[in-house]
Design a binder for this molecule. Sequence first.
Ligand code: KIV
Length: 266
Amino acid sequence: MAPKDAPVTPLDFARWKQQGRKIAVLTAYDFPTARLLDSAGVDCLLVGDSLGTVVQGHDTTLRVTLEQMVYHAELVSRAVKRALVVADLPFGSYQASPTQALASATRFLKETLCQAVKLEGGRRSSATIHTLVEAGIPVMGHVGLTPQSVRRLGGFKVQRNGDEIVDDARAVAEAGAFAIVLECVPSDIAARVTAELHIPTIGIGAGPHCDGQVLVAHDMLGLFEDFHPKFVRRYASIGEQIRKAAVEYVADVTAGRFPNDAESFH
Ligand code: KIV
């Protein structure tokens, strides 16, 4: 395998931060999409619990189960040759104790080919992150807007308490995480965290100063059209293309134009 195609590891994240090389992350939930995104050179594929909204059609991520996450992580990680695959620990699978978190995280590494897990929370999750890292499991942290706490936060809102966010991010880094997602925080706070931490920050709605960026693939591809957050840049309109293709298919079938002779067995 050529060096440029070598599988990405958490060590690359550390090196890229030092080199100032930005890190490109997207979510993935299934085999064909993961294969496409990996072959396009995306550095890291996150099997996010955002699948609760963009795949399952719920309003929040709260109903996603560990069983479902393991299923999707297995599909994605089997498709990938280069990207680092990180799986989200879903709501209820790690908050009770570091022991519960270790049991849940272990499932991803034993039952799928994914290499790391992500979990939400700063200071409140630092003991858990430490336990997983000590057990040999790379952890990506997640602070700022943490969607699994949506009920406590009172909605999906930009998080503006700079000192809280810095303290949380610091706790995640000190606990041994190899990277941290900053979600929906003002750019200047993200810049402050990025300058202070020795681990890369991966922003979503956190401005341009982070060490990397992550988007939900269904949002950036225009496949999930229900809402369009300010921080999402649409790189494609796949939803429109699917609708147009289906309209043409229906017209062809109802008019008797599909299948034609070449599309039939003789
Ligand atoms: O679940 C997810 O997709 C995430 C990203 C939005 C960072 O946590």
